[in-house]
Write a protein that binds this ligand. Structure first.
Ligand code: HEM
Length: 274
């Protein structure tokens, strides 16, 4: 077994043992006709506070608080385990009351965003590295502009020197907008190779009517078209990696607030703080 697989087994075993412990203790309380809700509720709130504390750790990289890798592993197992705590704590039905409904929805959304983010942070970097050259997110705009200029210069030179009007007309009709405008939100959220394939096919079709000189320029356009599509795809994946974390963190604060309010009102209604 690799170190990675062993670490995974240990993490899963510790999480499941801790959950079994909480469940057995809650059962014991119920059997003694005592409410287990305070116990399980505090366990869940403690887990949520520990999960949120990950951001504090990230903001203080130099503090002697353990390595980031250990924090991330702990975050993932506590995060997954918190679903077990939620299942033990919350009744298995639609929650009563506005506060409880908001709390449940916030918890579920934060949990799901964490699981989706975990999948993306593991899979998207591999997809990005398969694209070959990696462009830093902040440099993508400049790179897009560079590709557009190269395409435009290539077509202008071809028209000027070889009178390449067939290719020039095709460029104006089909490629000018592609190179000069940004892809829309649909592509950013759900990138697809549809446009790339259809433009490459159209350009392939058009080369049948081109002179030898024009064909050389068309070869350049093929390469630039692919480069531009790879760049847009890379932007979409890098944006996704940023956007999910933004959503995950943005959900954390209201979750903490509403969970705190829920604990407070629970104690208020059931006889004050112990
Ligand atoms: C349900 C309650 C949860 C809360 C309150 C929470 C909160 C947070 C916070 C505050 C961060 C730090 C973000 C930063 O500053 O960069 C974070 C990051 C992260 N969380 Fe969660 N999280 C929860 C559940 C989960 C779950 C269930 C998973 C996955 C199983 C998960 C996976 C991650 C990952 C992968 C990161 C980013 C780590 C990195 O790239 O450095 N989270 N979370």
């Amino acid at each position: 077994m690799t170190t990675f697989a062993r670490r995974r087994w240990i993490g899963a075993a510790v999480t499941l043992t801790a959950l079994a412990g909480v469940w057995l203790w809650a059962e014991r309380l119920e059997n003694r006709l005592e409410s287990s809700s305070y116990f399980t509720g505090w366990m869940l709130l403690t887990a949520i506070i520990a999960l949120a504390a990950f951001q504090v750790r990230k903001k203080l990289p130099a503090a002697p608080l353990g390595t980031s890798a250990v924090w991330l592993q702990a975050h993932i197992y506590i995060g997954l385990g918190s679903a077990g705590l939620y299942a033990i704590h919350a009744p298995w039905r639609w929650p009563n009351g506005v506060l409880e409904t908001i709390l449940s929805l916030l918890y579920i959304a934060t949990f799901l965003s964490g699981v989706i983010g975990l999948y993306w942070t593991r899979s998207l970097p591999r997809r990005l590295s398969r694209l070959g050259q990696e462009v830093i997110y902040e440099r993508i705009g400049a790179e897009r502009h560079r590709i557009q200029e190269r395409a435009q210069n290539a077509i202008l030179a071809a028209v000027r020197t070889a009178g390449a009007t067939t290719l020039g007309d095709f460029y104006n009709a089909r490629l000018h907008d592609y190179f000069s405008t940004r892809r829309g939100w649909r592509f950013r959220i759900w990138p697809s190779s549809e446009l790339r394939k259809s433009l490459l096919a159209e350009l392939t079709d058009a080369t049948r009517y081109l002179s030898d000189e024009e064909r050389k320029t068309a070869e350049q356009l093929f390469a630039l078209l692919r480069q531009r599509d790879d760049l847009d795809y890379s932007e979409s994946l890098q944006w996704r990696l940023r956007a999910w974390l933004f959503v995950h963190i943005a959900l954390t604060y209201p979750l903490l607030l509403v969970a705190g309010l829920h604990a407070w009102t629970a104690h208020l209604f059931y006889g004050g703080l112990p």
